[in-house]
Design a protein. Sequence first.
Length: 393
Amino acid sequence: MIKFGMDFSLLKRMNWLAVLPIAALTALGLLFIYSASKIVDDQPVERCYRQAMWFGISAILFACIVATDYRKLSRDAWWVYGITIFLLILVLLVGKTMGGAKRWLFFLGMGFQPSEFAKIATVVLVARYLSRPDVDLDRWRSAGVTFLIAGIPIGLIIMEPAVGTAFVFVPATLAMMFIARVAKKVLLTLAIVALTYTVVAASVIFVPPKLNCSEETQTLLLKCVVLKPYHAKRIRAIVNPGQDRKGADWNKDQSEIAIGSGGLYGKGFRNGRANILCYLPKTVAPTDFIFSVLAEEEGFLGGLSVILLFTLVIVTGLWTAATAADTLGRLLCIGISTLVFVHVVINVAMTMGRLPVIGLPLPLMSSGGSFLISMMAGLAIIQSVHVRRRVVR
């Protein structure tokens, strides 16, 4: 049972080198969501207030999770995982389609994305399974169960479709398997499978257009590697830029221009021309392209400061993993830190035109309640591990 008394020793044991950057990034997110929203609707203050409300909810959840022993949290992992799987199935049946994908459920007029909660639920369950003393990590069975746990939400999320969201499960799962010391033969086999898939997918994306295959044939081949035509166009836009300026290249080009035009010091808060003139996609400027808005208005120094804050959050998460009291705590920290790292790297690289636009938001900063709550819950679990890192049971 969670106790909410004034536990000053708990506050002292918290890793403030992580908590303060988390607070700073969230505050910056509120500011630039306000800036990016002024063209999206006539009342950007309301959008900012909504995000502040979600932050308030996530902050309460953060405190509750930190106050709870992560071992107790892991005991309910199967139940939480099962609920998220049920919600993912419900999305496919009755979810609302927005932006060409069924990702949203609505309850009492409020929408949420179960796929975001599934990320943390899956990490917790995989960590619990791999840390069990009765699991033989040298056997293929352990790898099979691990990938079944991760594979079910991945498959359901791909069906929405949200391939970018589904992708982040893979590095987090592999990182936990590596740290748990799953047999080298298993990891090597997985690496070969991943490399083979990459080669096949690249061939399907680039070879058929060179051979002048029909659109129907290309679409059929892309389905075989779980991709859609617009995924292929975005990947081609990275390798061969400038061939579709008004199509697949548009968002990437405008984001690059916005970041580059910010210079060293930026144009000033709410003075970004790409945002004001709607060259940045107005519907996703507060979400997927929030880094572009910040970099244009605050320049290279502003963008670098945000990256350094994220680096501090990730490094402190890894440090907590290294000092964790047990394998469960170590795996939880590794899995969640990997999730944050993958989101940050892909989002920043995406806005700078170095990776395809796949719709991954920036942790703590992008607009959206589901994503903010899930990231705060994950980071709170790391804090729960940290405050109990010297307690060995």
